[in-house]
Design a protein around this ligand. Structure first.
Ligand SMILES: C[S@@+](CC[C@H](N)C(=O)[O-])C[C@H]1O[C@@H](n2cnc3c(N)ncnc32)[C@H](O)[C@@H]1O
Length: 382
């Protein structure tokens, strides 16, 4: 199909239908005998996803794979972040997929190898990289077979295991991923200085550290406060400490860095609400450093389970939102007023709160329903 789909008339048809209802389009007959409507719709979907996730591929001559491979791909933004961390001479991506990570991560390397078990997908990547004038060795093999025969060494091995099982349900135990990192870990570290693995944000960090020896760094990467990836770095150096970085891309917030285990000994200070309320970003909440953030950023916690913090002064380099607020009585909430509602450690969900107080959603102002040590409280932004 590949080359046929690039025919000018077919490409014009694809570009003219980028906003068409794809279900309706699928019911139609393809106007081109050489390609099916399914193939055309696949390209339209690809371009739609590319607009959101990897606009660098919105170029003439690029071919898109079926939806699953689009979904499994990293975004240009998170791949770009990883590319800044990694450099060396020889880079290998053992789970190339659509190659978004590989394209970015290999920026600071001289020799690039991509392994992918799916031959059609790898052919698409080979074609696209040719269009993008990027060179690599493309190997269509199961990575386990490649590793069995390989005699070369690398500076960085990258893996982004497939996170979907046969039923397409999300899974997040290492054993459920393809490949199973636990089975190939030793082999990987015997041929590379560093092994970098992208994992789902659903992975439990304590579990991860307990089952996977050799971790020296973990990055929790959010994009606009939506946690996208947990990136694990392994080497052979038996480091005593694991450095953790909470990153919130495109937020302007600083990274929050700590050593794994620091939370165990950290102590939070507590207070009733002061002038500013601090809401840590989701990368920090994912890391579970609820006491450490209080200790390191000098903000006081409202309640052991609320994960909201407060301080009289504004700490601009806090990794999260800072809202100037005052405590109010529920009688002070006016009907039909517009607020963004946050409910944390409170018995009612935002939807229920909206209904109860007859308030509208959105706008610039915030209402926080939570608990401090004295009990339930309501905070309103000033
Ligand atoms: C999550 S995707 C990778 C996406 C990629 N990082 C990107 O940004 O486009 C994982 C890929 O690994 C491939 N894969 C999974 N297990 C494999 C194995 N044992 N050998 C080779 N490839 C494998 C899958 O076919 C899939 O395309």
């Amino acid at each position: 199909m590949e080359k046929k789909i690039l025919n000018k008339d077919i490409q014009n048809y694809i570009n003219a239908n980028l906003n068409t209802d794809l279900h309706a389009l699928l019911l139609k007959k393809s106007p081109f005998p050489e390609v099916s409507m399914l193939e055309i719709v696949q390209q339209i979907k690809g371009k739609q996803v590319a607009q959101r996730k990897f606009p660098f591929l919105l170029k003439e001559g690029i071919i898109f794979p079926p939806q699953l491979s689009l979904e499994q791909s990293s975004s240009e933004k998170t791949a770009g972040y990883k590319s800044e961390i990694l450099k060396g001479k020889r880079f290998i991506d053992l789970t190339s997929g659509f190659g978004i990570d590989a394209y970015y991560l290999s920026r600071n390397f001289e020799e690039i190898t991509l392994i992918e078990q799916n031959p059609d997908l790898l052919e698409i990547v080979r074609h696209n990289w040719h269009v993008l004038e990027k060179k690599a060795e493309f190997i269509n093999q199961k990575l386990e077979d490649f590793l069995d025969r390989n005699e070369e060494t690398f500076d960085v091995i990258y893996l982004d295991p497939a996170r979907r099982d046969q039923q397409k349900n999300k899974v997040f135990l290492l054993e459920d991923l393809s490949p199973n990192i636990l089975e190939i870990r030793e082999k990987l570290l015997s041929i590379s200085k560093e092994v970098v693995i992208k994992l789902s944000p659903l992975i439990d960090l304590k579990y991860l550290v307990s089952v996977l020896p050799g971790i020296f760094r973990i990055d929790i990467v959010a994009l606009k406060n939506d946690v996208k990836e947990v990136i694990v770095f392994l080497n052979n150096e038996n480091s005593e400490n694991i450095s953790c970085n909470c990153v919130n891309l495109e937020s302007g917030e600083p990274n929050f860095t700590f050593l794994f285990g620091d939370e165990e000994n950290a102590k939070a200070e507590y207070s009733e609400p002061e002038r500013f309320i601090y809401i840590p970003n989701h990368a920090i909440l994912k890391a579970g450093v609820f006491n450490l953030i209080s200790e390191k950023m000098n903000v006081k916690k409202l309640h052991p389970n609320s994960h909201l913090y407060t301080f009289n002064e504004k700490i601009n380099d806090f990794p999260g939102r800072i809202i100037e607020m005052e405590e109010i009585d529920n009688k002070q909430i006016k009907k039909k007023e517009q607020f963004n509602i946050i409910s944390k450690n409170y018995p009612l969900k935002p939807e229920e709160i909206k209904k109860k107080y007859n308030i509208k959603d959105g706008g610039e102002k915030y209402l926080i329903f939570t608990q401090s040590k004295k009990g339930k409280i309501i905070l309103k932004s000033i």
